[in-house]
Design a protein around this ligand. Structure first.
Ligand code: ADP
Ligand code: MG
Length: 255
């Protein structure tokens, strides 16, 4: 208990994601230099910033694909950076979607969704198939259930990758430039799926250069440069009316 008296307007829940004073170095290269970030349940945070600013490293530290040099990360109140934590258990609770879709080419769409459920969650075949079908429907690809990834467009493959992550029942979803590898005409369908997910109340951390998406869907935009958060705020504030010259400079090059 904090001992603080709530006036009823404050949200007293623990944040879904909390990053405290996070540092990450690769050799002499200090890539994250003291990141503090809280993301509430159901909140959508878009992370923007120039190439090399540490955005991917931050996401990868949240689901322990990288081990932080210093600092703490909490997911749903559990300290995932604690040495005793079960990394597999943590990763089960965090869905991640990459720029490259990483589907298994020799498996059908359905098999791509059922394999991790069976291996990691130990679901039986029927249950895994049912959850796969539900999530393919969620991304609008029911009719591709028996197709192989190579027969799908990049946008469809990315939607399968999203469905595969969702089939694991994650508490939060991390997206690392999910549309950057796609032809422009395929970006919209992927963003539409992400927008629907946000509307359903999923907690999301999205690294993206899609400023229209950030403006319309994000609750908050975080601008990173040089391994620090330079500024954060509502999309209207950060994108439309940035306080820092570095943010202005970055945005001016995108437009
Ligand atoms: P962003 O996603 O913002 O483009 P990254 O987090 O990918 O930035 O990279 C930030 C810096 O960290 C870059 O200088 C990159 O070269 C370095 N870096 C990232 N991953 C590794 C790694 N596995 N080993 C060594 N250096 C890395
Ligand atoms: Mg990156």
């Amino acid at each position: 208990m904090s001992g603080r008296v709530s006036d009823g307007t404050e949200d007293m829940r623990v944040p879904e994601i909390e990053v405290r004073d996070l540092y990450k170095s690769f050799g002499d290269n200090e890539v994250l230099r003291g990141i503090d970030l809280e993301i509430g349940q159901g909140e959508v945070v878009c992370v923007i910033g120039p190439s090399g600013s540490g955005k991917s490293t931050l996401l990868r530290c949240v689901n322990l694909l990288e081990e932080p040099t210093k600092g703490q990360v909490f997911v749903g109140g559990t300290e995932v950076t604690h040495p005793d934590v079960d990394i597999d258990e943590v990763r089960r609770r965090i869905g991640m979607v990459f720029q490259q879709f990483n589907l298994f080419p020799h498996l059908t769409v359905t098999e791509n969704l059922t394999l991790p459920q069976r291996r990691v969650l130990k679901r039986d075949k029927a249950q895994a198939a049912r959850v796969a079908a539900e999530n393919l429907e969620r991304v609008g690809l029911s009719e591709k259930a028996n197709a192989y990834p190579s027969s799908l467009s990049g946008g469809q493959q990315q939607r399968v990758a999203i469905a595969r992550a969702l089939a694991m029942g994650p508490e939060v979803m991390l997206f690392d430039e999910p549309t950057s590898a796609l032809d422009p005409e395929l970006v919209g369908d992927v963003l539409a799926v992400m927008r629907r997910l946000a509307n359903e109340g999923m907690t999301m951390m999205v690294v993206t250069h899609e400023m229209t998406f950030a403006r319309e869907v994000a609750d908050r935009v975080v601008f990173m440069d040089g391994g620090v958060i330079v500024e954060e705020g509502t999309p209207a504030r950060v994108i439309t009316n940035p306080a820092h010259e570095r943010t202005r400079h970055f945005l001016s090059r995108l437009l």
